[in-house]
Design a protein around this ligand. Structure first.
Ligand SMILES: O=C[C@H](O)COP(=O)(O)O
Length: 294
């Protein structure tokens, strides 16, 4: 196992604050308008983890959620979403509903969203979710320990979770709205990457501040440097309160700008959202109507 504290020392985030402000307001802002097109709306759909994480979810409501999704995809000739994301006990329901499609079953595990339980319980929940059909697991990092800079502890826990989730896609959620600083978000991204996460995810959608352009930029920069140092590509999932296509395209543009075109596919870019699909459909129709009137 890596000595993670020494490893992190090889990375740098100084001057990042100025660079983020300069690039988000300048070059990235200019790249957003040309990216606002049907091709990218559809790309957003194919990168979508279509999510329901409500206290009121039931087997019946989750079944209906999946059925409605498949109907919308067919009716509007949309690409398949990347996955459907639910609480653990719904994994079999989602798996059954998605049978015959390439859409994956994502489960939020390890006591989402607070992750404040015993490691054994976290590992057991992840294993049970996988046995129940989960293809992908999203887990929250121990946020309080990151804030206390207990990096070795956080890293070891993530390594144990990675082992428990062998063979499935693992997404590590940072809860960036609670980590707040560039230092915390940057280092937490690296802890996830070194522990073997397939994706670093911004947020749970369950705290007041979710994905922001600044936080997404910081994660991308950490993953860019990780790629330079190790040659490994780790994906990024933006999530939490993403309801408008404009926001999705903004995040897509930041990821493309910092990490490059190679990250722009469902393998390395995801949008976790419960509400974006309706706005995508609205925008696709608006653009089609505009084109038809020309
Ligand atoms: O995993 C978290 C979800 O992607 C959050 O989605 P939401 O804020 O759109 O409900």
């Amino acid at each position: 196992m890596e000595n993670i504290v020494e490893t992190l020392a090889a990375y740098g985030y100084s001057n990042l604050e100025d660079r983020i402000e300069f690039e988000l307001d300048g070059v990235i802002e200019k790249e957003i308008a040309p990216a606002y097109c049907n091709e990218n709306f559809e790309l957003c759909v194919s990168c979508m983890d279509y999510t329901t994480l409500k206290v009121t979810d039931s087997e019946k409501s989750v079944t209906a959620f999946v059925t409605e999704l498949l109907k919308k995809i067919k009716k509007n000739t949309l690409p398949d979403v990347a996955s459907v994301c639910v609480f653990p006990r719904f994994a079999p329901v989602v798996k059954a509903g998605l049978a015959g499609t390439p859409i994956k079953t994502t489960v939020v595990g390890a006591c989402f969203p607070a992750a404040q339980t015993f490691l054994d319980v976290k590992l057991a929940e992840c294993k049970e979710a996988i046995a129940a059909g989960a293809d992908e697991i999203d887990v929250v990092i121990s946020v309080g320990e990151v804030l206390e800079r207990n990096y070795e502890q956080v890293y070891k826990e993530l390594v144990a979770i990675r082992e428990a989730c062998a063979g499935v896609v693992l997404k590590v959620i940072l809860e960036t709205g609670e980590l707040k600083t560039i230092e915390s978000i940057f280092n937490a991204s690296l802890l996830g990457a070194y522990a073997g996460a397939d994706f670093i995810k911004t947020s749970t959608g369950k705290v007041p501040m979710n994905a922001t352009p600044e936080a997404v930029y910081v994660i991308c920069e950490a993953l860019r440097q990780f790629h330079v140092q190790t040659g490994k590509m780790v994906g990024i999932k933006v999530a939490g309160g993403i309801t408008k296509v404009q926001n999705a395209i903004r995040y897509l543009t930041i990821v493309k700008h910092v990490l490059g075109e190679a990250w722009i596919s469902p393998k390395y870019f995801r949008i976790g959202t419960s509400q974006l699909l309706e706005d995508v459909l609205k925008e696709i129709k608006t653009v089609a109507a505009k084109d038809a009137s020309l």
